[in-house]
Design a binder for this molecule. Structure first.
Ligand SMILES: C[S@@+](CC[C@H](N)C(=O)[O-])C[C@H]1O[C@@H](n2cnc3c(N)ncnc32)[C@H](O)[C@@H]1O
Length: 245
């Protein structure tokens, strides 16, 4: 945990929050999937410091335990359940450069902290998306916990493009999504179909090899400005703008 993430309360401090999350997780997992393992519902609520004030983030409190339980159930590693440094960096960027009046889409949102920051900063509309249904349940509750409105959707990036093809976005956010090789070409393929004319992509990445492959391709399609997060030197922030072709 970084210094700008602070625990408040104790795990499962709110039975109402826990019950609501449990109900939606079961509904989205469906009857054929394994029931939510206990660590998924041991929920901590944390205060994350951002420019303009903190936001509240609910998440499973013991990630190693959750990962072990999901592996036992032969389910994917729950990468969504951690506030990764890149997600925090991207949320800080969004909070310091508010996307007022913009339509904002987040890909691979996990806990959706950048989406919450965008909604709070006056975005016209926000949509947090992830392929993992549990992630989307926590994302929706995190919007609610912060008293902001926004939509959430489950799907991989191809499904998101197909579903929202008629609704291009002014700003597409993504944090730490280039950790698999498949995602590199996939991101290159889907971004043009998601962006409105003049739209931008803000990508936060912890210097993964995937970003090293993605950026040279992206530079052929967009202007790319990159800088290290001044508050966390593990993370690079990339802004893709001005479509070349
Ligand atoms: C390392 S986690 C990062 C989570 C969050 N963005 C953060 O930085 O805290 C990667 C997230 O991307 C999602 N993801 C990865 N590939 C995806 C894809 N092709 N389509 C949709 N979601 C994807 C995963 O489910 C996971 O929630």
């Amino acid at each position: 945990m970084t210094a700008d993430v602070q625990h408040i309360g104790r795990p499962n401090a709110s039975p109402v929050l826990r019950a609501s999350i449990a109900e939606q997780i079961a509904a989205l997992r469906g009857p054929d999937a394994p029931a939510a393992p206990p660590p998924l519902l041991e929920i901590a609520v944390e205060r994350v410091a951002l420019p303009g004030g903190h936001v509240l983030v609910a998440r499973p409190s013991d990630w190693p335990e959750l990962r072990e339980n999901e592996a036992f159930d032969k389910r994917p590693t729950p990468y969504w359940a951690v506030p990764w440094p890149s997600g925090l960096s991207l949320a800080r960027l969004v909070a310091s450069q508010p996307p007022k009046g913009k339509r904002v889409l987040e890909l691979g949102c996990g806990l959706a902290i950048p989406t919450v920051a965008a909604a709070r900063a006056g975005a016209a509309h926000v949509l947090a998306t992830d392929v993992n249904t549990d992630s989307i349940v926590f994302a929706a509750h995190n919007l609610h916990l912060n008293d902001v409105t926004g939509d959430t959707a489950v799907g991989d990036w191809r499904q998101i493009v197909e579903t929202f093809a008629d609704e291009p976005w002014d700003l597409v956010l993504a944090a730490d999504v280039l950790y698999t090789r498949e995602n590199v070409q996939l991101l290159v393929d889907v971004l043009p179909g998601l962006l409105a004319p003049g739209g931008e992509v803000w990508l936060a990445d912890p210097r993964r090899a995937g970003a090293g492959e993605f950026l040279p391709i992206a530079k052929k399609l967009w202007h790319v400005d990159s800088h290290e997060d001044p508050e966390d030197d593990r993370v690079m922030l990339h802004r893709l703008h001005g479509r070349r072709r």
